[in-house]
Design a protein around this ligand. Structure first.
Ligand code: PMP
Length: 460
């Protein structure tokens, strides 16, 4: 497929000037901007239009935030309604009709057992702030300081969230093996590999000499996102629920990326029937604006007033946009749609493995899809699988961009190409995404042995 043609003519100097000034003035720590040198000026649904007039199919969706795509009419209408009503836009954590409606709608989507006995804490607007709140909550409620987290986890960039993720420096965090089928830490994969990872957790908790500090909680992602799109088997999640319940350890489900229909259920824990003690939510719940909350069982609600405060906990526009999104996803059964369409897309991506030996593994749940790229010719397999191919993944991402498709990279070695399209994706759009991806994969593989000058870094 040919690269997308410019649809409107804009002065190329303006577009290039903006990019140049960005690289001169913005931090060396910038992320997406490095691998996606575009200047978005308009967007609708799946499509972003750049300042240079080029159009892109956006399968990054604000890192999984845009459940309904860009500028969905119901989201825009909800925002306009608040503005036109003269309601205050910022009210700290005061009660408002907008917040009341958001909370009612959110509770209506939750697993019943949790909703019937839940409290909600509005946090600072980022997912990482809600993770901080969750960890503080369980540490206060249990009086313990340890934490159980998993290999490959990503929970955010603030200190405690970072500890719970791979960059841990905190000795109180005990890292347990996440069931990563393709690179099973026990070398066997499948249900048996997942069972061994559960047994490892059980053994550490019950061995008085394991050196594991008493855990205040266990935090997990039902599908690891940044870790490389790795769905945990339902049986394993139920084992984690049993292990934590038996030992009075609160279970925290981080649904920041998996929530709001993304994986084919409204909340990813629903696939397994597991009811966590705490759920962490952000991204899509704000309908494209910043919003983060934790919802938890009322028995844990023993922290003091002000225990987790913050100025920006009352963004009325985000609550209105979020409530509209939640309602739209629920009423239009978009979780079911994500399951069906995601299943079909997964099948087509798996078909690529037959013709592209660099496709090591294809996996996902609903519209959270990942393709792990490997070097099939390299010496000696690693973890029972060929070594990951991060340079090739970066080349595929670039080739996708050249063809008007925005994809994300992730995984332990940044070798997993990730697709997070909006849940409103049509069949035709899905076909266009897959065509462009297949074409980009073929092109990047062809030039694989040429040196790459990619400027990518981890982008979260
Ligand atoms: N948890 C998960 C599972 C995430 O995927 C992310 C972000 N990708 C976070 C927490 C942190 O969210 P934020 O970037 O909004 O702080």
């Amino acid at each position: 497929m040919a690269a997308t043609e410019p649809t409107t003519v804009a002065p190329p100097a303006a577009h290039e000037g903006i990019l140049r000034r960005q690289s001169l003035r913005e931090s060396a720590a910038r992320t997406y901007a490095r691998s996606l040198p575009i200047v978005p000026v308009r967007a609708r649904g799946l499509t972003i239009e750049g300042a240079d007039g080029r159009r892109y199919l956006d399968c990054l969706s604000g890192a999984g935030t845009l459940a309904l795509g860009h500028n969905h009419p119901v989201v825009l209408e909800a925002i306009r309604k608040v503005i036109d009503s003269g309601a205050p836009l910022h009210v700290l954590d005061l009660a408002t009709p907008v917040k009341d409606a958001f909370t009612t709608e959110l509770f209506a989507t939750l697993p019943r057992e949790l909703a019937e006995d839940a409290r909600i804490q509005f946090c600072g607007p980022a997912g990482t702030d809600a993770v901080e709140a969750a960890l503080k909550l369980v540490r206060t409620a249990t009086g313990r300081t340890g934490l159980l987290a998993f290999t490959g986890a990503y929970h955010g960039m603030t200190a405690a969230a970072l500890d719970a993720s791979g960059g841990a420096t905190d000795v109180r965090v005990t890292r347990l093996p996440y069931p990563y089928d393709y690179r099973c830490p026990f070398g066997i994969g499948g249900e048996r590999g997942a069972e061994l990872s559960a047994r490892w957790a059980e053994n550490l908790l019950d061995d008085p000499k394991s050196g594991v500090p008493d855990p205040a909680g266990m935090i997990l992602e039902p599908v690891q996102g940044e870790g490389g799109v790795i769905p945990a088997p339902d049986t394993w999640l139920r084992r984690m629920r049993q292990i934590t319940a038996d030992r009075s350890i609160p279970l925290i489900a981080d649904e920041v990326q998996t929530g709001v229909g993304r994986t084919g259920a409204f909340w990813a824990v629903e696939h397994s029937g597991v009811v966590p003690d705490v759920m962490v939510m952000s991204k899509a719940i704000g309908g494209s604006l910043p919003l983060a909350v934790i919802v938890y069982k009322s028995a844990l609600d023993v922290w003091q007033p002000g225990a987790h405060a913050g100025t920006f906990r009352g963004n009325q526009l985000a609550m209105a946009a979020g409530a509209a999104t939640l309602t739209f996803v629920r009423e239009n059964r978009l979780a079911e749609r994500a399951a069906t369409l995601g299943g079909r897309m997964l099948g087509r991506l798996q078909g690529l493995a037959a013709t592209h030996p660099c496709v090591g593994d294809v996996r996902g749940r609903g519209l959270m899809l990942g393709v792990e790229l490997v070097d099939p010719d390299a010496d000696g397999p690693r973890d029972g699988a060929p070594p990951p191919a991060p340079a090739l993944a970066a080349a595929v991402q670039r080739a996708c961009l050249d063809r008007g498709l925005i994809v994300e990279l992730g995984g332990r070695h940044s070798a997993v190409v990730r697709l997070l399209p909006p849940l409103t994706l049509t069949d035709e759009q899905a076909a266009a995404v897959l065509d462009r991806f297949a074409d980009a994969l073929t092109a990047a593989q062809r030039t694989r042995h040429q040196p790459l000058t990619s400027d990518t870094g981890p982008s979260r």
